[in-house]
Design a protein around this ligand. Sequence first.
Ligand code: IPE
Ligand code: IPE
Ligand code: MG
Length: 256
Amino acid sequence: MWKKWFGKTEQYVIADNQLDKDKLPRHTAIIMDGNGRWAKAKGMPRVFGHRAGVESLRKIVRTASNLELEVLTVYAFSTENWKRPAEEVNLLMDLFSTYLTADIDELDENNVQIRFIGQIQDLSTTLCRKFQDAQARTAKNTGLVFNAAINYGGRAEMLCAMKAIALDVQSGNLPVEMITENSIQQHLYTADLPDVDLLIRPSGDFRISNFLLWQSAYAELWFTDVNWPDFTPEYFLQALHDFQQRDRRFGGLKIK
Ligand code: IPE
Ligand code: IPE
Ligand code: MG
């Protein structure tokens, strides 16, 4: 049996013959998409879908922690999502806040290290402070690294990295010929983390939507028509299982 989540609610016990513990992805990323369509199909407002999406998130984080995954990154709000009506944006910000209030103790008790990736300094001062506090509180935890991508854009992240590198060059500290792929990697939010191995997108769309562009260069992609609020741990396990059947060559040849 896998280690159980010590939370109060559901406990997922996953038979260890389903997955090879030695071949789990080091970094799994999820585009939590389809909340609006899920709600619409039920004749409910989009907000209803976002609330249901939080429940899915809760279960998937528990499962990832139970499986002793190294890194889970979820896409919660993109730099492009500001195009949505203010009412929806505000509701999403409120949901991030209430989720954190409700779950921070449980995450901390389970040794989860929560991080926020994205331009959180552009969010409200209260929310930004709350994210920073949660990050500081769990910084020494050694279990799952749980990245919540909020006000995150892959292009914005790379732009920041390039500006930082340009400043080093301008100040004479970095000769241009010394810039390597590693210099760019070192300036990303995920500087100390492995590249994405598995990228999951529910809801039937087949695109990356500006998520972890650099880090996903060799990610295995996994899609499902299921909308995020219906994405149960069983789908997550299926994605992990399918990942384990993939032949990753990284541009080389298959090793027989
Ligand atoms: C994902 O669900 C949540 C966010 C982008 C914040 P959507 O709100 O994009 O749901 P759909 O894609 O419209 O169904
Ligand atoms: C991607 O979903 C962003 C998040 C899930 C936070 P979107 O719904 O914003 O993506 P598009 O617009 O369908 O590409
Ligand atoms: Mg969407």
